[in-house]
Design a binder for this molecule. Structure first.
Ligand code: FE
Ligand code: FE
Ligand code: ZN
Length: 276
């Protein structure tokens, strides 16, 4: 069965998200750990988490994906911004440990004129402070579109970060279809070639999740503007190949398309229809 869900608002808690997911025939979901552009997390509600864990088990909700806020920049030039990133990651992961097996995705960061090499060093250094022995959460680096000074637009950069993380058994990658296509990986005309390259550079065993988004912009645009499935430059035929590809078909897929709940329900129904 296809494991698919979409990005949901976390404002009403875990149980509410799980119910929303079930209502649109999703069997997983993604959410922000806190305001994507802000700082503080809501108080921890352990009764909501307990209720969620029961509901998820009964309703077949698999591994879920937490997304760090966009304001988190592990390779910021300013120390106070890096401290903020450290505090957010540490607190987010300690909370996610209450839902064992959850994945935590973050944008590697923007090196802001320090250079990619320095960015990689700061990001891996941050992960070496944050990860701990015996943790249950898997931390994912997201593939980026290579906009501005973003780190993570090339598979080699993700590999270089992971290589420098001591506890790399807790690390994985989340591939965003819009980002890689904008970043000059041709998943439309050469999906096999892109996945071979990923395998060679990073290793397919590190690939843990897919952000499934169409793109508003043409191949190689380095823009990062998501489009509804089938309405952008990637197109529905490519998505049919992506969800059915032997290397991808058993991974969880997360929609981050510009939709309300009804639009997500339609995209999930369409993709389920195309899954063989
Ligand atoms: Fe993201
Ligand atoms: Fe994404
Ligand atoms: Zn994006």
């Amino acid at each position: 069965m296809l494991t698919i869900g979409c990005h949901l608002s976390s404002s009403k808690g875990y149980l509410a998200m799980a119910k929303e997911a079930v209502s649109i025939n999703a069997n997983t979901f993604q959410f922000f750990t806190r305001n994507p552009r802000g700082g503080n997390a809501k108080p921890l509600d352990t009764s909501d988490i307990a209720a969620y864990n029961d509901f998820a088990a009964v309703n077949g909700i698999g591994v879920i994906l937490a997304h760090a806020p966009y304001t988190l920049n592990a390779c910021a030039a300013k120390e106070d911004l890096r401290d903020f990133a450290y505090r957010v990651m540490t607190e987010d992961i300690s909370r996610l440990e209450l839902i064992p097996g959850t994945m935590y995705n973050f944008h590697p960061g923007s090196h802001v004129k320090q250079g990619t090499e320095k960015g990689i060093e700061l990001i891996s250094g941050m992960l070496n402070r944050v990860l701990f022995d015996g943790m249950q959460t898997t931390v994912l680096l997201e593939t980026m579109a290579g906009k501005g000074s973003e780190v993570g637009g090339r598979f080699e950069e993700l590999r270089a970060i992971i290589d420098r993380v001591e506890l790399r058994q807790h690390m994985g990658v989340c591939l965003d279809t819009c980002h890689v296509y904008d970043g000059e990986y041709d998943i439309v005309n050469d999906l096999d070639g892109v996945l071979d390259e990923f395998d060679r550079v990073v290793g397919l065993e590190r690939l843990k999740a897919i952000h499934i988004n169409d793109s508003k912009n043409p191949f190689g645009s380095h823009k990062d503007r998501h489009e509804k499935i089938g309405e952008g430059s990637i197109g529905i035929d490519a998505f049919e190949r992506i969800i059915n590809h032997p290397a991808l078909r058993d991974l969880p897929f997360y929609l981050e398309t510009p939709n309300e709940l009804d639009g997500y329900a339609r995209e999930i129904a369409l993709l389920r229809l195309l899954y063989k």
